[in-house]
Design a protein around this ligand. Structure first.
Ligand SMILES: C[S@@+](CC[C@H](N)C(=O)[O-])C[C@H]1O[C@@H](n2cnc3c(N)ncnc32)[C@H](O)[C@@H]1O
Length: 486
């Protein structure tokens, strides 16, 4: 029987013996066979080396190591193979040892299982306290644990230079992996997609791109079955990086419907299109995506430079219940929620609860002026990620102030034309598609929107003039956008 077959039998017996809740505590999801083989196939192998050192941090039952060793030997690598596996869950150790013993016998490898915390057993700096360099490996393969940590967690503390807020263990494993990688060598990890954008991962991305380049990305079009038997909510991708500052010309981006990999499609995309100037990572999968990026990237302003910053609504309603009212009363002001945004407009009141606010706290109120409101959350099934509504102060001119719940974002405008112009941009199919390439989640993040290339303010104003009097549809926005952004 092949080693991987045997390792899967061992893994299945382990999985069946441990409740899912228990495995979740360690961030334990085991890679499916096809995924492990695909990940192993991505490495470029230097057959001239007499010895190769492999690292699998968070090894579980060792499936990734086995897939890589199997590939090395099947492809004719004759040198010595030394494997190091870190795993801190004692209950999985018997399965890991059984699998490692098996590949030792089948493929002549030397292995070392370290029953330690991969992060805490090392320093994050190049040198340890005694001036010794951290251990370095030729090949690193991994499926790091997905686990949210508190800010004060010891792992977060020793890696504070890449953390912002409460980090997730997966990118700490990744950054430590980069430290443990020899220069010019490769690391292949399967990780959630979340690190590709957003301020939260900015320090990590900076560290990544100061040390490495991306050479391959694989995405799964459906989330099911990436991990053996377990469905997960996070969108998952496979990434290969090389530890060098020499940028390749392109990144190979492949995709498949599921982790069966029977329908892999692949394209080479210009490196600077994937890794943008501001270090966001754009996962482009076809020519159409490339065209979308190049059209948007031809614009020279941003909402930030146009002085049209998007901000998040100011009221967290469950913390401010005491100032919210269901009906109008003296001194009350309107408060807007995402359910008031519909068909490009803002409809208020609609007879739902807490549509009024009574307060003299300035932090709870904002000027009643012209705005574009944008929903912060949409569901995966909805057609558009960016859903906006134009709010004009003339709609409710009796109020000096208004308020907004934090589940909407808003852009304050100097006049109605700008609100209409911004609607043209954010309600177009071009910008909706651009945003989806940038951010795989369903949340609209104002920091990312503020960095998107957009036309200069004068042009936005003109675009707004063109839309006034027309129906507020995506088609009409697209017609205008197509004239302004070619
Ligand atoms: C997502 S699982 C992946 C297992 C295996 N590599 C695979 O792909 O099937 C992550 C593994 O990391 C282990 N782990 C979690 N935290 C760890 C830590 N701090 N140090 C070492 N291993 C850890 C978990 O017990 C779990 O087995």
């Amino acid at each position: 029987m092949e080693s991987l077959d045997r390792a899967y039998n061992v893994t299945r017996t382990f999985v069946e013996s441990v409740p899912k809740k228990e495995r979740k505590r360690y961030g334990q999801f085991f890679t499916s066979r096809k995924t492990a083989e695909f990940m192993a196939s991505l490495f470029t192998i230097d057959y001239s080396k007499n010895e190769l050192s492999l690292l699998d941090a968070g090894a579980g039952t060792g499936l990734l190591t086995i897939a890589l060793v199997e590939r090395l030997r099947k492809d004719g690598y004759k040198g010595k193979i030394k494997v190091v596996c870190y795993e801190n869950d004692a209950s999985v150790l018997p399965a890991l040892i059984e699998n490692m013993e098996n590949i030792k016998n089948c493929f002549d490898v030397i292995y070392d299982i370290r029953i330690e915390n991969y992060i805490l057993s090392q320093q994050f700096s190049e040198m340890d306290l005694f001036g010794n360099q951290v251990e370095k490996y030729d090949m690193i393969i991994g499926n790091p644990p997905y686990k949210k940590l508190v800010k004060e967690a010891p792992e977060a503390k020793i890696m504070s230079e890449i953390c912002y807020g409460s980090p997730n263990l997966y990118f700490l494993f990744w950054a430590m992996g980069i430290r443990n990688l020899k220069d010019n060598e490769e690391l292949v990890y399967i990780v959630p997609r979340s690190w590709t954008s957003g301020a939260y991962f900015e320090r990590f991305r900076k560290f990544l791109f100061n040390n490495c380049v991306i050479t391959n990305i694989h995405i799964f079009e459906s989330r099911d079955k990436v991990f053996d038997g377990d469905s997960i909510l996070q969108e998952t991708i496979i990434v290969k990086i090389r530890k060098t500052r020499n940028k390749p010309e392109s990144v190979e981006i492949s995709s498949s419907e599921t982790s069966d990999f029977y329908d892999v499609r692949s394209c080479s995309v210009d490196y600077n299109t994937v890794v943008s100037q501001n270090k966001y990572v754009f996962i482009v999968t076809n020519e159409k995506d490339v065209e979308i990026l190049s059209r948007v990237n031809s614009q020279t302003s941003t909402l930030e430079t146009d002085n049209l910053r998007m901000r998040t609504g100011i009221i967290v309603d469950f913390r401010t219940r005491d100032v919210l009212r269901d009906t109008r009363e003296d001194g009350s002001y309107p408060i807007f929620y995402s359910h008031h945004i519909k068909d490009g407009r803002v409809f208020w009141p609609v007879g739902r609860e807490a549509e009024y606010i009574v307060t003299d706290k300035s932090g709870y109120l904002q000027e009643n002026t012209d705005y574009l409101f944008v929903k912060r959350f949409t569901s995966k099934e909805e057609k558009r990620r960016l859903q906006c509504g134009i709010y004009l102060k003339s709609d409710h001119s009796q109020y000096k102030y208004i308020s907004t719940q934090n589940k909407i974002n808003y852009i304050k405008c100097e006049n109605p034309e700008l609100a209409y112009g911004l609607f043209v941009i954010l309600n177009s199919s071009l910008y909706d598609a651009y945003y989806r390439i940038l951010n795989g989640s369903t949340q609209v993040n104002s920091t990312e929107i503020n960095c998107m290339p957009v036309p200069p303010k004068d042009s936005i104003h003109q675009m707004g003039l063109e839309l006034i009097g027309m129906e507020l549809t995506e088609q009409n926005c697209d017609k205008i956008i197509d004239r302004w952004i070619r």
